[in-house]
Ligand binder design. Structure first.
Ligand SMILES: Cc1cc2nc3c(=O)[nH]c(=O)nc-3n(C[C@H](O)[C@H](O)[C@H](O)COP(=O)(O)OP(=O)(O)OC[C@H]3O[C@@H](n4cnc5c(N)ncnc54)[C@H](O)[C@@H]3O)c2cc1C
Length: 500
């Protein structure tokens, strides 16, 4: 089918058809569209996005200070140099994504305000039928697609996870969630409690501090943080030498990736030493009397949860200045004026911010059917965290936890394009992954080993996620360093791929 066909609008009776349908216009979906356009010219495709614009995570989140917690040289795409500071604001990330869309003519493929609610596979036709509803007009839209590229992220947008705290309704101030930020929230001179200890809380606290009367970060348990200057000296040096930005991007990516690999290896090989270094850094900012043991010394190994990077140590500087403080305790209940803690302490507040994470959203809350049967996604086994046994013609982007998400989005992009071209050359209409005879006795395990990585949203949703095996082919290894070579070397003729 020609690319122009994506622009034709169907008559109500007739569904429009595209070769590939991408779900979502976040960093993964926009990247997927770029890869299709550049690596598979002639393939027709559309991107359906529920929101009114692109950006995904970087559009949904509007809380003060919203920024990345990994560097943009690796969170940015491989193919477009990042020229700003390594840690970037949501606005800067969206500007960069907007340029990718514009420079590559991707806008005419993206349909905003289209929420997909069902996807049905028919083996008789080798087609997906996708049903969506336009949120701006209410119109029902049906599209058929040969291949489905799932770039829907991993959490439900605009519906953050808020625990069911006792007495929540009694609180007379404002209770907001970091994922549903009221843009007109006035916190000047107000007493604010931010509940949470992850990257969002670590961003919101310093951003509100100074303007609010006081900000208290209330956490049940401490988290690891790394700090540093929001700059990469090598990039600055290369810029002074007037080195081309595309070279700088590549060189800095390699440097960061190498350093991350060394750091991750050290976390496993000498966790106590790494922990001591991180704490010594915080001690130097917070002073000799600060209770680091209670507030910043987790009882788990570094890397079992994502380690947020705090640029210019702004969170700790706000604590050191007395504009913010940290309380490590458990919530007994909310009351009219604030939060009663289990220790007996009471925290007074005008505004309470829940930075308490997500509802895991597996497959974009889309009702999937394969030949009339509802898909039991949790019963499938994953092929390298991107395809699934029993699901034909579908790939999924699930990025890295310990490295930038986009590194994997680019790898999956290369793989999908290679697979589509291989199918075309072979004349195959359908591809599915299946366990090979040598995999039959392989232990089938949960999606991720909780000993290795265990954030709350994943633990709460583990029962919804596919299974993994104990071989690299049958799991999401979370290891970019090995996957960058392994993905490029995937033999599409391997018995794990079944074509028809
Ligand atoms: C506050 C915050 C900060 C983060 N910082 C980093 C970071 O610094 N580095 C990092 O590596 N990771 C970070 N992450 C993880 C981050 O979510 C990913 O890195 C990345 O942005 C995900 O991109 P995505 O395109 O895969 O998904 P998303 O950004 O979630 O976008 C998915 C898109 O799909 C759309 N969609 C979903 N379901 C449907 C449907 N049924 N129909 C139509 N459209 C649908 C959504 O509307 C959305 O626009 C952060 C996450 C959060 C929440």
């Amino acid at each position: 089918m020609s690319e122009a066909a994506t622009l034709e609008r169907p008559s109500p009776q007739q569904a429009e058809h595209v070769d590939v349908l991408i779900v979502g216009a976040g960093i993964s979906g926009v990247g997927g569209a770029y890869h299709l356009k550049t690596q598979c010219p002639g393939t027709s495709f559309a991107v359906l996005e529920a929101a009114e614009t692109f950006g995904g995570t970087w559009w949904t989140h509007k809380y003060p200070g919203i920024r990345s917690d990994s560097d943009l040289h690796t969170f940015g795409y491989r193919f477009k140099p990042w020229t700003g500071t390594p840690i970037a604001t949501a606005e800067e990330i969206r500007k960069y994504m907007g340029e990718v869309i514009e420079e590559n003519g991707l806008d005419r493929h993206i349909r905003y305000n289209h929420r997909i609610h069902s996807a049905r596979w028919s083996s008789a036709d080798n087609l997906w039928t996708i049903e969506a509803t336009r949120s701006d007009t209410g119109e029902a839209v049906r599209i058929t697609a040969g291949f489905l590229w799932m770039c829907q992220g991993y959490y439900r947008h605009n519906d953050g996870y808020m625990p069911d705290w006792a007495g929540k309704e009694r609180f007379r101030g404002q209770l907001v969630h970091s994922e549903n930020w009221p843009e007109d929230l006035d916190y000047a001179g107000k007493r604010v409690i931010v509940i949470g200890s992850g990257a969002s809380a670590a961003t919101i606290v310093p951003a509100m501090a100074g303007k609010a009367a006081h900000v208290t970060m209330l956490q049940r348990t401490p988290t690891y943080f790394r700090t540093g200057r929001n700059a990469i000296e090598l990039a600055e040096e290369l810029r002074k030498l007037q080195v081309d930005e595309s070279w700088i991007h590549e060189i800095v990516r390699r440097k960061i990736l190498l350093e991350q690999t060394v750091f991750t290896e050290r976390c496993f090989a000498e966790p106590e030493k790494v922990k001591a270094e991180m704490l010594a850094n915080l001690r130097s900012i917070l002073g000799p009397d600060y209770d680091l043991d209670t507030h910043f010394t987790p009882n788990y190994r570094p890397w079992r949860q994502r380690i947020a990077f705090v640029p210019d140590a702004d969170l700790f500087q706000a604590v050191a200045r007395g504009e913010a403080s940290v309380v490590t305790d458990e919530i007994e209940h909310f009351d009219e004026t604030g939060i009663q803690l289990k220790s007996g302490q009471h925290l007074e507040a005008d505004i309470i911010v829940a930075a308490t994470g997500f509802h895991l959203n597996v497959l974009g809350d889309i009702a999937f059917e394969i030949d009339g049967k509802p898909l039991a996604f949790h019963e499938t086994v994953t092929y390298r965290g991107m395809m699934f046994t029993g699901i034909p013609n579908m790939a999924w982007v699930f990025g890295y936890f310990r490295a930038s998400w986009t590194l994997r989005a680019d790898l999956v992009g290369d793989f999908v394009c290679r697979l589509l071209k291989y199918m075309e050359a072979k004349g195959a209409k359908r591809v599915e992954v299946a366990l090979r005879p040598e995999d039959r006795d392989m232990p089938i395990l949960p999606w991720i080993d909780p000993e290795n990585f265990n954030p709350g949203y994943l633990m709460r949703g583990m029962h919804l996620l596919p299974k993994r095996g104990d071989k690299p082919e049958w799991q999401h290894t979370q290891d970019y360093w090995s996957e960058k070579d392994a993905f490029a070397a995937i033999d599409l003729n391997d018995a794990a791929f079944v074509y028809r």
